[in-house]
Design a binder for this molecule. Structure first.
Ligand SMILES: Cc1cc2nc3c(=O)[nH]c(=O)nc-3n(C[C@H](O)[C@H](O)[C@H](O)COP(=O)(O)OP(=O)(O)OC[C@H]3O[C@@H](n4cnc5c(N)ncnc54)[C@H](O)[C@@H]3O)c2cc1C
Length: 536
């Protein structure tokens, strides 16, 4: 079994680099370092992406809002950040074509003076992206808006602007980063928690870890240690020094998911400034409509939950712009995530909060990286690995390679293969398309499993298959029902009632694959049920 092999390596080898945290940042670092020929270990205390990285708005973007700030404040740093994020956008769309897509975004405008303002801004956004921008921004007249976007309220509408950004499946991308890192030689495991840092002669030389599946404990030694634990970075920093000053400012952001018919087909809706100054997105995502997001102060010590107030806020604001009223009863799923903004201790600006990512080294040599965003995980990883190489004198065999390194599933991916899958395996169109989207060039290998386990769906009306559970347990390190339902298929993020209904089958399949006894099955079922019911 793959996880046992990886744990064996984590137990017995000494590494160049130990990465703490298996979100986008940590998995990106493990991949970058392994691809340079370094010996890398990564431990994640829960599942890959179970922290913040499965809970984003799923946009690969430069940040139109930040560009506006760059100009309003004549801020070159902000401007550079948007430009760099746009460069990353085109890289991600290239290295993971199966998990990403271009998404046109429509911004309705209700005041005439806003039209030139937004049009110029978006033309600049295009120019910054260079040739990489595939959907040139353009003005949309009120007549076209009425005809093309009937989901949007047209009362007082003066027109709008349309532009393009990237969209992706964040949790699958995160798991895929972990798998690609393993393919490059990294020893990576989920459900292994750092419980203590190991020091020798005043330097951090590794960590004491605990396997949360089997309960085993041991120490991992490495020449450099990177703390990439996102909203929990201060908790890990305080393992070194309980009095270390916090550098994080954590806030939470909630989303709700409703039926796909609420969104504009093939396009998202962006409200750049709600009445209280926040950004609101209404996006088509995996056949549903994603509405987000809020921004509230939060603590990393409590699981983030989309509470009543956040849900109310999203409904109230979405209903100001949508023609068809979204009611509470329409909500199929909701979730919340913690935004790990970091305070740069060296920052001189009054705001203090880093707009970019920040790398901080502790007195005993642990490197912490935080801030940034999903879109920039690759650049963050590159900078963190460069830092570790310099700090610990590591000998990398190659320079950073990730800008041209396809992620698992990218090779052999051809969107036209959906038809081939349909005919060869007798699949429904939605199922074939979903297999291709999720597994890319490996979709056919997943489809081959249908011969062994049949073609039953996990839930009525959703394209996910029982065969995927088998694949995910065998090939993608899935260890719990929610690893399958929340992060590898996205059923629990799309339709919580359907996820609940699918749970017993998922537990039964995982029990066969992972050898669970009946007591373990019951425990897994109850734990997953609790999480789905209290909020993913
Ligand atoms: C609501 C919201 C919407 C967003 N939307 C977007 C968007 O549309 N586009 C975009 O580019 N960005 C977006 N972001 C930002 C993006 O999601 C984050 O910047 C990114 O996911 C952070 O990844 P991370 O790896 O640093 O943190 P995480 O994903 O939280 O990973 C940290 C990991 O560390 C693990 N960990 C913690 N302690 C330990 C320990 N002791 N031992 C082992 N492991 C440990 C945790 O379990 C966790 O999995 C959004 C963020 C939020 C909150």
């Amino acid at each position: 079994m793959e996880r046992e092999r990886l744990l064996g390596r984590l137990r017995s080898e000494r590494f160049d680099l130990l990465v703490i945290g298996g979100g986008a940042t940590g998995c990106g670092i493990a991949l970058d370092a392994a691809a340079r020929g370094l010996k890398v270990a990564l431990v994640e205390r829960e599942d890959f992406g179970s922290g913040t990285s499965s809970r984003s708005t799923k946009l690969i973007h430069g940040g139109v809002r930040y560009l506006e700030l760059a100009f309003k404040r004549l801020d070159r740093v902000q401007y550079r950040l948007v430009r760099d994020a746009l460069a990353e956008r085109s890289i991600l769309l290239r290295i993971a074509p199966h998990l990403t897509n271009w998404l046109p975004l429509f911004t309705p405008l209700y005041r005439t003076y806003q039209l030139p303002y937004y049009w110029i801004g978006l033309k600049l956004y295009d120019a910054l992206a260079g040739e990489a921008g595939e959907i040139p921004s353009r003005f949309v007249s009120s007549r076209e808006a009425r005809a093309r976007f009937p989901q949007v309220k047209t009362e007082g509408l003066r027109g709008g602007v349309l532009y393009g950004d990237g969209q992706f499946d964040d949790a699958r991308m995160n798991v895929t980063l972990a798998l690609t890192a393993i393919g490059q030689g990294a020893a990576v495991a989920n459900y292994v928690e750092v419980v203590e840092l190991v020091q020798r002669e005043g330097r951090i030389i590794g960590a004491a870890v605990q396997d949360r599946v089997s309960g085993g404990a041991w120490e991992i030694e490495a020449r450099a240690v990177i703390n990439a634990s996102g909203p929990w970075s201060d908790r890990v920093r305080q393992m070194e020094d309980a009095s270390a000053q916090p550098i994080l400012q954590v806030s939470s952001g909630a989303h709700i998911v409703v039926d796909g018919t609420f969104s504009i087909p093939e396009a998202g809706l962006l409200i750049p400034k709600t009445e209280d100054g926040r950004v609101l997105f209404v996006l088509p995502w995996l056949g549903h409509t994603l509405i987000g997001t809020t921004d509230e102060s939060a603590s990393p010590d409590e699981p983030p939950i989309a509470g009543d107030e956040a849900v109310e806020y999203l409904l109230r604001h979405a209903n100001r712009y949508l023609t068809r009223r979204v009611e509470r009863a329409d909500i199929r799923a909701s979730w919340s995530g913690l935004r790990p903004l970091i305070r740069d201790p060296r920052a001189t600006d009054t705001a203090g909060l880093a707009r970019d990512h920040v790398i901080v080294e502790s007195p005993r040599g642990m490197i912490t990286i935080g801030g940034g965003k999903w879109t920039t995980y690759r650049k963050m990883a590159q900078d963190a690995v460069d830092y570790a190489i310099r700090q610990a004198g590591l000998e990398a065999a190659a320079p950073c390679r990730t800008a041209a390194l396809p992620l698992v599933g990218a090779e052999g991916f051809d969107p036209a293969n959906a038809l081939l899958l349909e005919t060869r395996y007798g699949l429904d169109t939605d199922v074939a398309q979903n297999l291709l989207r999720a597994y890319g060039g490996r979709a056919e290998q997943v489809a081959e499993l249908l011969r062994e386990v049949g073609s039953a769906r996990l839930a009525l009306g959703h394209p996910f298959l029982e065969a995927e559970v088998v694949w995910e347990a065998r090939e993608e390190l899935a260890q719990t029902p929610l690893d399958v339902l929340a992060r590898r298929t996205r059923l629990a993020f799309l339709d919580q009632a359907a996820a609940k209904a699918a749970l017993p089958r998922v537990v039964a399949v995982l029990a066969t694959e992972l050898g669970w006894d009946s007591e373990r099955q019951q425990r897994e079922l109850e734990s997953a049920l609790r999480t789905i019911e209290t909020g993913i």
